[in-house]
Structure formats: structure tokens, C-alpha cells
Design a protein around this ligand. Structure first.
Ligand code: CA
Ligand code: CA
Ligand code: CA
Length: 374
């Protein structure tokens, strides 16, 4: 019968064998870009600006793009809306061709028309992930990319100004990734547009809390045609646990001005503006282990974009990330091997995280859970 010491030794050997191949991949920093609201007069889009931004996206070499709605002007005529969305997709073709995944959600302008138009254009290789609620397939969805969970949220589909919270809660409950990024069209806290998620404050509060409890620190949205980054102060005295709202409605829709006064229903929270610009641009999100850096790239001239705001945060390690480097891999298996004290024995000093099932000991049941997280 194998003793805990023997199992620990075996795990250590396995970790050593895996380390050479896994470590090179596991810690690789990666990047995505977020930008929305490209509607305009050129068959539904602002062709010059969206063309510029598509080129910039390719140059920035992200692994994926999040586009929170109002891709096009919209139309109640399904054929016309298909034409506009096809024009958007064609303008973004350099991004697709570069192998960069494009994830979009609907805005109120797409919601003017039929979801059939959306599903016609975003099909096949351009389809969104198909894991959404049964009646929101292709418009609400999630994906796991490296050490992040990303949730794209339709804020229409019979629940205008709200997300499908039941589905989101179920999805977040089974998440093991340390990073959570949620994106949808409408701001959660009102900036310029009166219509946003604060039309239903208690639903908005539940949404906001669910992101925070899952380890998310930022909600990416559009709707207002400017860049506005706000820290949503929950007034507990600790700014480092506040979620941030990034409005990035800056892909070509007509620019508007915001007075910086967040006078919506804020449920006792205080949006504190970090940076604002009524210009076009996009946000680059860099993930390196548990560290996230967001950079606002502001358009200062024709095809000339400059980093004007950079901010960072550090996420909490997810389950099984015993060395807190943002990944669950062979290195964690090695740490685990040294923590196996067996059933009923308290784990050694820094081994609390190895007790994955919270039983008070570190044993084979925890090893099985760790294996599933690898
Ligand atoms: Ca706080
Ligand atoms: Ca780790
Ligand atoms: Ca245990």
C-alpha cells in the first residue's frame, strides 16, 4: 500500500517530467483588445475609423478581440441588417485573416433588428461560442482562454438592460480560472446614456457582485461614444478590491462629451473617474500570470494611436495554483508533493491551498482534484 510519502515522491517525479514541456507554455503572457461602437454612415459602419482600428489590432498581435456591441447602425429589415453586419465583418477581415479570434455581443442597434441577421453573419468560422442559454445561443456565451474566463453578455433577448444572471451565476460557479473578464454593451453605472444596466439597480448590483466574487476586476462595455475608466468605489476603504468599469465606445460611432458626473442609481457605490477622453481608440489588455495591465490607446491623428492611460491590478490565485503564478501546472504538482501529509494530518505551513476539498488534510482526494485542474 502506497504511503503518503511514496505518493508525494511519485508526484514529484511526475512534476519533474512534465516541467520541461509545460513550463515553457504555461507562463506565456498574452494579450487581448477591447473596443466597441463602430456604427456609422458607410453601410452601417464608420469605415475609415474601423478600418484603422482593424489594422491596429493586427499590428498589436492580440490573441483575441472583444467587441461590446453597436457594430453597425442597425435596421428592422433583416436583409439590410445582414448587409451591414457583413460589411462590418468584411472590414474586420484582416483581423480574422491574422488568426485573431473575434468575439462580439449585440448592442441596442443590433437589437433593433432580428437576431436571425446576427446569427446569419456570425456563423461557421465567425460564430460565437455555443455554450449560452438555450434561447441566447451565439449572443450570450463564455470561453476559457489560457488562465482567463471571458463572458460575453447579451443585454437584450427579453431582458433589456439586464444580463442573464442565472446563466452567468452557473457559469461562474464552475470557473477555476483566476482571471474573469465580463463584457456587454451597456455600462453598469450610468455615464452619459440614461438607458443602461442601472435601469434595474438590484439586478445590476447582483451582476456586479457576481463578477467580483468570481475574481473579476473589470467590466468592459460601450454604448457611450467615448473612453471612460471609472473605479467603482464600494466604500470599504480598500481601493484594491474595487471593480472597474471601462467604457470603450470608441470604434467610430459619433463622439459625444461626458461631464464626468455619474448621476445614475449607484446603490451607495461611488464611480471615481480615472481617465476620460472623447476620442477614438481601443484598450489593450495584457495578462502575465496574475498581473493584468490595461492600456488605453488614444487616436491622436490619422492612423496614429498613443498610450494615454495604463493601469494594472493583480488577481487572486485560482484553486490549485499553489505557487501563485497564475497557472496550474507541473510546478504546482511539485509543491503539492511536499504537502501530502495524509488524511487527518494538518498540512504543513504554507500548504493550506493544497487542501483543495477543505477537509483539513492533504491527501489523494486533493491530488485527484489537482489533477483535474491541470
Ligand atoms: Ca473597495
Ligand atoms: Ca502555479
Ligand atoms: Ca483535503
Amino acid at each position: 500500500m502506497a504511503t503518503a510519502r511514496h505518493v508525494g515522491m511519485v508526484l514529484g517525479m511526475v512534476a519533474g517530467i512534465l516541467a520541461a514541456s509545460a513550463s515553457a507554455l504555461a507562463g506565456t503572457p498574452w494579450r487581448f483588445i477591447a473596443v466597441g461602437d463602430s456604427r456609422g454612415p458607410d453601410n452601417g459602419i464608420n469605415a475609415p475609423i474601423l478600418t484603422e482600428i482593424a489594422g491596429r489590432i493586427v499590428a498589436e498581435q492580440p490573441e483575441l478581440v472583444l467587441f461590446p456591441g453597436d457594430l453597425v447602425e442597425g435596421s428592422e429589415d433583416t436583409g439590410e441588417l445582414i448587409g451591414q453586419l457583413t460589411n462590418w465583418r468584411d472590414t474586420m477581415q484582416p483581423v480574422y485573416t491574422a488568426g485573431i479570434a473575434v468575439y462580439a455581443v449585440r448592442g441596442n442597434h443590433e437589437d433593433q433588428g432580428s437576431v436571425e441577421a446576427w446569427n446569419t453573419v456570425f456563423a461557421g468560422p465567425c460564430a460565437m461560442p455555443g455554450d449560452g442559454p438555450p434561447d441566447e445561443i451565439n449572443v450570450t456565451y463564455s470561453l476559457e482562454h489560457k488562465n482567463a474566463l471571458i463572458a460575453g453578455l447579451d443585454e437584450y433577448s427579453g431582458h433589456t438592460h439586464r444580463v442573464n444572471q442565472v446563466w452567468l451565476d452557473e457559469r461562474l460557479a464552475v470557473n477555476t480560472r483566476p482571471h474573469v473578464f465580463a463584457f456587454g454593451h451597456e455600462p453598469a453605472f450610468k455615464a452619459a446614456h440614461e438607458d443602461c444596466l442601472d435601469s434595474y439597480p438590484s439586478d445590476r448590483d447582483a451582476f456586479w457582485a457576481s463578477i467580483g466574487q468570481a475574481g473579476g476586476r473589470v467590466y468592459l462595455c460601450g454604448h457611450d461614444h467615448f473612453y471612460d475608466h471609472a473605479r467603482i468605489d464600494d466604500q470599504d476603504g480598500n481601493p484594491d478590491n474595487d471593480l472597474h468599469q471601462c467604457i470603450i465606445g470608441t470604434a467610430g460611432a459619433p463622439l459625444v462629451v461626458f461631464d464626468g458626473i455619474y448621476d445614475g442609481s449607484n446603490s451607495g457605490m461611488i464611480p471615481r473617474q480615472q481617465y476620460y477622453a472623447s476620442t477614438y481608440g481601443y484598450v489593450v489588455v495584457d495578462i502575465d500570470g496574475l498581473n493584468v495591465t490595461l492600456t488605453w490607446m488614444q487616436r491622436v491623428d490619422v492612423d496614429d494611436y498613443v498610450a494615454m492611460e495604463t493601469w494594472s491590478y493583480t488577481a487572486l490565485p485560482g484553486p490549485g495554483d499553489l505557487n501563485a503564478d497564475g497557472y496550474v501546472d507541473a510546478a504546482d504538482l511539485g509543491v503539492f508533493g511536499g504537502c501530502m501529509a495524509g488524511p487527518g494530518n494538518p498540512p504543513p505551513g504554507d500548504c493550506g491551498g493544497a487542501d483543495l476539498n477543505g477537509s483539513g488534510g492533504v491527501d489523494l482526494l486533493d491530488a485527484a482534484m489537482l489533477q483535474r485542474l491541470l
